[in-house]
Design a protein around this ligand. Sequence first.
Ligand code: HEM
Ligand code: HEM
Length: 198
Amino acid sequence: MDQQVKQIKVWDVPVRLFHWSLVLGFVLAYVSAEVGILDAHVLIGYFLIGLLVFRVLWGFIGTQYSRFHSFIFSPTETMDYVRAIRAGHPAHYYGHNPAGALMVFGLLALLAAIFASGLVTLAVIDFEGPLLFLANQVSDETSYFFRHAHDFFVDVALLMIPLHLLGVISGSIQHKENLARSMVTGMKKMVMPDSANQ
Ligand code: HEM
Ligand code: HEM
């Protein structure tokens, strides 16, 4: 049967800008911390916090596929999707699929934990920032706990990011579409009429 290939707009400009600014910001935050330029690190940190706050708002008021409720799936649907991946015939989703959605929520939560622990570290170790009032309310031990928590959350992110990329690559192969390019152009292909699109 003849297939007609159309393009459908999935990722709006704010989501794409958010994603690639986040990637760049994450790299810059990491490098600035490693080389010890704290002023730059904190500035980039504030920028990333702004990005995350924006993305959370956009998850409620943005366009169809950027809204959180478009990618909240039940545990049953998620398990069915994972089983279908293993069987080699997962359903196609225009927005995040159930496995991708889990990773997205995990990454967003982890970023929130990195930012919160970074802000507390800034207050209790470097005596700066909006949470400075915490400085004389915590012991040295607690201060270093937050400092280590910040490091720990970054390490977890360094494990999750390769898994995120693995998901993007395997999803691209299984559905014969370039998901990374879609995050640049915003478009996905809609194959009609006989593919199982959702
Ligand atoms: C994705 C974002 C971030 C990444 C990847 C990141 C990464 C890191 C890393 C790897 C260190 C440890 C450096 C070392 O052990 O030598 C560090 C330290 C630190 N980060 Fe972050 N960070 C991020 C966001 C933030 C934010 C949002 C803030 C606060 C606004 C912040 C404040 C700090 C502070 C105060 C330190 C401790 C510096 C010191 O020892 O005095 N970070 N960060
Ligand atoms: C060059 C490296 C990267 C590529 C190629 C990439 C690619 C992608 C793609 C294709 C999606 C959409 C997945 C889908 O179709 O369901 C996505 C979503 C996402 N990625 Fe990445 N990613 C990269 C790095 C990162 C990094 C470093 C982070 C976190 C620090 C990250 C966080 C996210 C988040 C939070 C989303 C959800 C976007 C949203 O709905 O707002 N990505 N990524």
